[in-house]
Design a protein around this ligand. Structure first.
Ligand code: SF4
Length: 363
């Protein structure tokens, strides 16, 4: 077999990966569906070619762990509204730039004269605020527990320096409430490949409610091929044995109790509030709002912005993709009206989006 056709030969630890694939195959006695929650896992699985190595009875479906994909159209609309305000510069991560809201994207708003600047971190946005004191610099706050502590630290820095022209519009989200809401919908999933990055902050303890309430095996995984295959083996083993516990296959990074310091900073600045998710609707206490003592840095308060509910793009099935109910190829728009060059939904825009991954690796 040529190297081109055999993904194992291209992997670091190819022999170990081959042994794990064999162990999974031996352990599997029936069809099993595993959800990989995290967009980085979706991309890693495709990049390592793992889907082609796994037995056909093991199906992988993607979950709601791509932060750009779950940002609601109403939240995008609010970012656009801010960018169009006089004397405001809206700063954002690049992934969000092309995501459609209900009436266009930040790219289109920028083309019509709105002030939008791509930044790589919230600190870069704060740096801009120090320079451009005649403008209000707003940071578009999206993402899960992985990114929120950095945003909180930036707000605390701005408070210490008494900066008056830096604010954040928070559309930050919490992963455990969303997973709980998702599994209340009775999804046909036999196990959860839990996100490595989010778990590095929250730890493994929050997944206990999923194992207890839904009898759902949970394993936290890293991002190397070996990490993912090891976690998949552990999930298959639990499922076959009728067990549902939380296991950690990424213990070199993730601790049961998480990262105390990051959680402390996050909780100092943000508190849980109800939040609208694309595809999942409004989920109680699944978002993070800025605490009143930091109102000065809250764009919603300072600039009078209210995040409204808004319609999803017509025909886009991102919600069903995010819930793992369909594969992107089941969306009638996939690779026709919706491509990475002309995306209809966020799952085709984001570098971690499932539709983008299918388009890049499976067409
Ligand atoms: S292919 Fe496009 S329109 Fe269809 S679900 Fe994916 S992003 Fe949405």
């Amino acid at each position: 077999m040529s190297t081109r056709n055999n993904p194992l030969e291209q992997l670091n630890d190819g022999a170990l990966c081959a042994a794990l694939v064999k162990k999974i195959s031996r352990r599997l006695s029936r069809p099993i569906r595993i959800m990989e929650v995290c967009g980085s896992h979706t991309m890693a699985i495709f990049r390592h070619g793992l889907r082609t190595l796994l037995p056909k009875d093991l199906t992988l479906v993607s979950g709601p762990g791509c932060p750009v994909c779950v940002t609601s159209p109403g939240q995008i609309d609010s970012f656009i509204e801010l960018a169009a305000m006089p004397d405001v510069i809206l700063t954002t991560f690049g992934d969000l730039y092309r995501v459609p809201g209900s009436e266009g994207s930040l790219t289109q708003a920028a083309a019509q004269g709105a002030a939008v600047k791509i930044v790589y971190s919230p600190m870069e946005a704060l740096k801009l605020a120090r320079k451009q004191t005649d403008k209000m610099v707003v940071f578009a706050g999206i993402g899960f527990e992985t990114t929120t502590p950095t945003v909180a630290a930036t707000i605390m820095t701005a408070a210490r320096e008494e900066i008056n022209n830096f604010t954040v519009l928070s559309a930050h989200k919490l992963m455990p409430p969303a997973l709980k809401a998702l599994f209340h919908e009775d999804l046909a999933v036999d196990g959860l490949l839990c996100p490595g990055h989010v778990s590095a902050i929250i730890g493994t303890d929050p997944y206990e409610t999923l194992t207890d309430e839904f009898h759902l095996p949970c394993v936290v995984a890293g991002f190397e091929a070996v990490d993912i295959l090891q976690a998949l083996f552990m999930l298959v083993r639990q499922s076959e044995e009728g067990r549902a516990v939380v296991e950690n296959a990424y213990s070199r990074v993730v601790k049961a109790e998480g990262n105390h310091q990051a959680l402390k900073i996050m909780n100092q600045v943000f508190s849980p509030e109800d939040c609208q998710w694309r595809g999942l609707g409004r989920i109680p206490a699944s978002g993070l709002g800025i605490r009143p003592q930091y109102d000065k840095f809250n764009a919603a308060v300072r600039l009078g912005i209210k995040i409204r509910d808004a319609a999803e793009p017509p025909g886009c099935l991102c919600g069903e993709v995010i819930k793992g109910r369909i594969s992107p190829s089941h969306c009638p728009l996939f690779a026709r009206q919706c491509t990475p060059m002309r995306p209809v939904g966020p799952c085709m825009v984001s570098s971690e989006g499932t539709c983008a991954a299918f388009y890049k690796f499976q067409l």
